[in-house]
Design a protein around this ligand. Structure first.
Ligand SMILES: Cc1ncc(COP(=O)(O)O)c(C=O)c1O
Length: 427
């Protein structure tokens, strides 16, 4: 095995895969498997790359909490100067717990409940990104009741067709559930201008996820800027933020990551002279390759002429392969030589519980520790207890130190809030 760094923060020292300075076999022995392991240094580096890339324009980086909402990661990013993009009251709760103040928070999401809107206004968030006329009127009503004026941005569906690896990660095409339809945007802006308890302070889009080219952003941004002119002509004089969402691509296999330097330069050029402050909501770009899922091989077996590697992590721990047909590189922490072609599958009672199908990987045996790469984004956050499997632990590594940042769940956690005998009531 030669020395190679496979993903930022993860590389081999004397043949053993390390996260920064921590050997992952010893770490697995200490914290157990399955466990998510994150490199703090890798997160810092990605954040710095983005900050540098956008230096040419007044900008704010609002990390998208949905990608990985671990309090430790939120706190790390806050120390670096990030804001956050949230999509629920629960994410607001996490952001506040991690030390963010309202001025560092934008609230996105197509279906905000009234209580969530109230919580966001109480926290005095920077912007509520409104996605429909009905939501606009509700925000106005709630703000009126609270005797304040809500700063809002209108999330507009730019109706840009993007080529993402899976249809589920496209959000900005015509007819999707997200955003205000492009041809209604100016009308909804005019309504906003007539409401007493909202301040139209921004416009917003999110075209999709895992986007490697600037083209879709460029087209979306052009459309937003054209709408902005019409909105300003209709009297919208307080729009100062333009939020272009997240979606910046990373490398899982051999695909091209986004060229963030070019992205920053071209965005800054398009925004020059507009007086607008740019908001970017990256999630995956910051944490995607900063994490692995450590898992142990439980068994090998052959069935129907096929090789199976059965591991102790399942689709309940990392849903992406089965939900998005996503590719994650898999390799043993300490390879012993030889290659096999196998299906790598979990213990969950579903045929869809797989991590790789018909994949050539290093030969492994029961007891070996495997790293499932690029698991930092949309990994633990999508975990469930399906099959009554306690959720995995999360561990942060910084240099040669490590710390558990989310304890592994216990069986007691599985039944939290349950009652063997219903607490009967009558209405
Ligand atoms: C509104 C919004 N902003 C930001 C993101 C983050 O996307 P990514 O993790 O691909 O950067 C998403 C993801 O779906 C989103 O819906």
């Amino acid at each position: 095995m030669g020395e190679s760094v496979l993903t930022a923060g993860f590389g081999r020292v004397d043949g053993t895969l390390h996260c920064d300075g921590v050997p992952l076999d010893a770490l697995a022995a200490r914290v157990g498997t399955p466990s998510y392991v994150y490199s703090a240094q890798s997160i810092r580096e990605q954040y710095a790359r983005l900050s540098e890339a956008f230096a040419g324009a007044p900008h704010r980086l609002h990390y998208s909490v949905k990608a990985n909402s671990s309090l430790a990661i939120l706190a790390l990013l806050r120390e670096l100067g990030a804001g956050v993009d949230i999509v629920s009251g629960g994410e607001l709760f996490r952001a506040l717990r991690a030390g963010y103040s309202g001025s560092g928070i934008v609230f996105s999401g197509v279906g905000k409940a009234e209580a969530e809107i109230e919580e966001a206004l109480r926290a005095d968030v920077l912007l509520i990104n409104v996605e429909s006329e009905e939501e606009l009127r509700l925000v106005n009503e709630v703000a009126g009741r609270m005797k304040l004026r809500a700063r809002i941005a209108l999330r507009i569906n730019p109706e840009v067709t993007v080529d993402t690896p899976h249809p589920y990660t496209r959000t900005g095409e015509k007819g999707m559930k997200f955003g205000i339809p492009h041809d209604e945007a100016v009308r909804v802006a005019s309504i906003a201008l007539g409401l007493g308890h909202v301040l139209l302070a921004g416009i917003d889009m999110h075209v999709g996820s895992q986007i490697a080219l600037f083209g879709p952003y460029e087209m979306g941004l052009q459309r937003l800027l054209a709408l902005l002119e019409q909105m300003r002509a209709a009297g919208a004089s307080d729009i100062r933020y333009i939020d272009i969402g997240g979606g910046l691509a990373v490398t899982y296999d051999t695909e091209r990551p986004i060229d963030v330097t070019q992205f920053g330069v071209r965005t800054a050029a398009m925004l020059a002279g507009t007086g607008l402050e740019l908001i970017v909501e990256p999630g995956r770009f910051i944490v995607g390759n900063a994490g692995v899922l450590l898992t142990k091989v439980l068994y090998r077996k052959r069935s129907g002429g096929k090789e199976y590697v059965i591991i102790d992590a399942g689709m309940n721990d990392l849903l992406r392969p089965s939900h998005y047909n996503a590719y994650h590189r898999i390799e043993p922490v300490t390879p012993v030589g030889g290659r096999i072609v196998a299906d790598v599958v979990g213990p969950v009672c579903e045929s869809g519980d797989f991590f790789a199908l018909n994949r050539e990987i290093d030969d492994v045996s029961a007891g070996d520790i495997l790293a499932v790469h690029s698991a930092g984004a949309y990994g633990f956050v999508m975990a469930s207890q399906y099959n009554s499997r306690p959720k995995a632990a999360e561990v942060m590594v910084d240099g040669d130190r490590f710390g558990v940042v989310t304890e592994r769940e216990s069986y007691d956690d599985l039944i939290k809030g349950e009652h063997v005998i219903p607490r009967w009531s009558a209405l």
